[in-house]
Design a protein around this ligand. Structure first.
Ligand code: ADP
Ligand code: MG
Length: 706
């Protein structure tokens, strides 16, 4: 079905989702109400209810043409996993029947032996469990021929109950912020049953021609180009940003939106991004859990739909050197079940005190746990972006805008706020100036920016799950809220305590606030003098995961167990090492099997030409051929030597058993040797006639989609 031919968006939006409307249609009212209490209020799910829900789901899935179901989960590989079971079963009399029970829905057993577990799951205990997450709706994935798979979002854990996925700790962190948020609100006299973290994730990506992609081993094996000289034109004219979208890309986007809408994903904004061939998509925000599931589906759908259009979608953080890489902006806020966004400045002095309290809670969280936020976005791919004058730097800081900063300043100093009207900001007495509500001031260089009623965390890489960042934000903010609740609970002079709390928090944590240009080198110096961390690479950032203050906080809020923290630390570093090792091996391979033979062939052709020319006209100098052959011969030797060095380094890497040691070796040796090999290869590319070059160049990749 094409939109243009028929229906309105609203007619098919969410048609592949087991959503509210579907539930009401397929379930008796009492069952529906019971389930709502489970999904919305977190009440436990009993067996009987699970059976009733499963029955409705089976019926709906059957009507939708689904033949299989799967427990859809997010292992620590960073992608999603699914194993399909058909609804077919044989009953006692030997008849083929369709079956899907409450226990099929609730729990699945998965052979976990090949998923990363960081040593949690010993290989002799291969069993892992998937458990239904009823707070994220089930959906049906359709293949092109219409076959459907019912996907049930699930958490994935080991036989002994440790989380082996990204969803479980995310749900636990949401529970932590709910627990502490509700507690604090009660103390403030606000009646709320639940506090929920909401997230809107903006997704950047590149689109290139599939034929070009298929001709490059680096893209196929590593998702990024490991070689490639810059063409004469890159992004310097900023003529791609928000530019008219080419027809072929428009067609792709139309199908993409349609597929996402069917999955109930509110694809909202789309535009061309800064780099040639780069684009962005953003849905409307929803709960952090659903937003994370949806972001995984968005990435999957981007790739699938691109393929239908003869395109390949690159989600890597830095597919091309010399132009911008891709990230994700994680827009985050917290709201109550009564619909109040706790990060919206209010109308009354009382609401403002509440707003300021939650605001400083985030400020404190970001300052106290800058290391956790930084490492939550640490990957080999993202290391190429952070701090490279295109993404926020590796230093975590916060942007509040001038007005809000001035308000906090006035509170800290008990001085008159010198905004539009001069008032001493006494909490519980004065309202905030209205203009703070629409902070239009945008600072694109800040890693963590307040944008009116939400915070935008901009350090995430484009291919990463957004779960990791949100786990850390939620946990860190829950910790501030816990501390505040402890202090305010039973305080004799409530107003005074509240005022002092906000004041002292501002005083203690204002070093994290920075409204200036985050790309500026001066800032890095200043950040250092403020005592902020500058964790440049993944190996630099990861050790903080094991620091006592971080382990204590994460365990206190039951987000991770000690074993889970250790496991994740190892998996992230291991993944870093594997990623770069594959890149290094791919480079050696491409240099030896493709680049050197190509350049040699060109040299030979030049030499043959020269010989023929001199035979015919002996008085010629042959300057062009001689010089080019000489330069290329020099480069060929350098390429050969650099490939040899890199090759030896990868052999040495194999002998390092400690994962942290290995990651340092990669950071200090392998990455440099890769850069050295690339430089000489790119130089050779500039001197070699195009038809000899063994794979598509940047020019084709970046400007080839027509
Ligand atoms: P941009 O930052 O590109 O200007 P927008 O301000 O429109 O974009 O919003 C970007 C994302 O932030 C969208 O996904 C949007 O739904 C989301 N968003 C808006 N309000 C909130 C909120 N209160 N909490 C979380 N996300 C939000
Ligand atoms: Mg944004």
């Amino acid at each position: 079905m094409r939109i243009t031919e028929s229906k309105k968006i609203t007619d098919f939006f969410g048609c592949n989702v087991f959503n509210d409307g579907v539930m009401q249609k397929y379930m008796p009212r009492e069952t529906y109400n019971e389930l709502k209490e489970v999904t919305d209020l977190g009440k436990p799910l009993n067996k009987e209810l699970a059976n009733k829900v499963a029955k409705a789901m089976k019926e709906w899935a059957g009507d939708m043409g689904a033949t299989h179901y799967t427990h859809w989960f997010q292992p620590l590989t960073g992608t999603t996993a699914e194993k399909h079971d058909s609804f077919i079963s044989i009953d006692k009399s030997g008849n083929t029947v369709l079956e899907f029970t409450g226990s099929n829905l609730r729990k699945g057993e998965a052979d976990a032996s090949s998923f990363p577990s960081g040593g949690i799951r010993a290989t002799f205990e291969a069993r892992g469990y998937t458990v239904w997450d009823c707070s994220s709706p089930a959906f049906i994935k359709k293949s092109r021929n219409g076959a459907g798979i019912l996907c049930i979002p699930t958490a994935f854990c080991s036989y002994t109950g440790e989380a082996l996925d990204k969803k479980t700790p995310l749900l636990r962190s949401m529970e932590a912020i709910n627990r502490e948020g509700v507690r604090l609100l009660k103390i403030l006299g606000v009646d709320a049953e639940r506090v929920t973290a909401n997230v809107g994730g903006e997704q950047e990506y590149f689109l290139i021609d599939k034929r070009d992609y298929n001709r490059r081993d680096d893209l196929k094996f590593t998702g990024r180009t490991l070689f490639g000289a810059m063409p004469p034109k890159g992004q310097e004219k900023n003529d791609q940003y928000y530019a008219t979208i080419k027809d072929r890309v428009s067609d792709f986007m139309a199908e993409l939106n349609e597929e996402l809408w069917k999955l109930g994903i509110t694809a909202k904004t789309q535009h061309n991004e800064v780099a040639p061939a780069q684009h962005e998509l953003a849905p409307i925000f929803c709960t952090a859990n659903i937003a994370t599931d949806q972001n995984q589906l968005i990435m999957e759908t981007l790739k699938k739909v691109a393929d239908n259009h003869g395109l390949t979608c690159l989600l890597h953080e830095k597919p091309f050197a010399g132009v911008n890489g891709s990230g994700k902006h994680n827009n985050w806020s917290i709201a109550t079940d009564t619909g109040v966004n706790l990060l919206t400045p209010g109308e009354t002095p009382h609401e403002n005190a509440q707003f300021l309290l939650f605001l400083v809670a985030v400020i404190q969280a970001v300052d106290d746990y800058q290391d956790l936020l930084r490492l939550s976005v640490a990957t080999a791919g993202n290391d190429h972006r952070l701090g490279a004058n295109e993404a926020p730097p590796a230093v975590v800081s916060m942007f509040l805008g001038d007005e809000l900063t001035a308000v906090l300043d006035a509170i800290e100093k008990d001085e008159p706020y010198s905004g539009v009207e001069k008032t001493v900001m006494k909490l519980g007495v004065h309202t905030l100036p209205r203009f703070i509500r629409d902070t239009t001031d945008r600072n694109r260089t800040s890693p963590f920016a307040f944008t009116g009623n939400k915070f935008e965390f901009r350090m995430l890489g484009s291919s990463d799950s957004i779960a990791c960042a949100n786990i850390m934000i939620n946990a860190a903010v829950a910790e501030s809220l816990r501390q505040y609740a402890d202090k305010l609970e039973g305080a004799e002079n409530f107003e005074g305590t509240l005022h002092d709390l906000i004041r002292s928090t501002v005083k203690e944590h204002k070093r994290i606030l920075f409204n200036g240009n985050g790309y500026d080198d001066e800032w890095l110096k200043e950040a250092e003098s403020r005592g902020l961390l500058n964790l440049r690479t993944t190996p630099d950032a990861l050790p903080a995961m094991l620091e006592k203050k971080n382990v204590d906080m994460l365990m206190r809020h039951r987000v991770y167990s000690r074993a889970e923290i250790q496991a994740r630390y190892e998996i992230i570093l291991e993944n870093y090492c594997k990623t770069v090792n594959i890149e290094a091996l791919t480079m050696v391979d491409m240099a030896r099997k493709e680049i050197l033979p190509a350049v040699a062939a060109y040299e030979k052709d030049l030499a043959d030409t020269l010989e023929a020319k001199l035979k015919m006209l002996p008085e010629l100098t042959g300057r062009y051929e001689r010089r080019t052959i000489a330069k290329l011969s020099g480069l060929v030797d350098e390429i050969d030597a650099a490939a040899e060095e890199l090759d030896s380094a990868t052999i040495r890497l194999k002998t390092i058993n400690d994962v942290a040691e290995a990651s340092y070796y990669i950071r200090d040796v392998i990455l440099h040797k890769m850069a050295e090999l690339r430089v000489v290869c790119d130089e050779a590319e500039m001197l070699t006639a195009e038809k000899y070059w063994p794979f598509p160049t940047y020019e084709k990749l970046l400007f080839g989609v027509r």
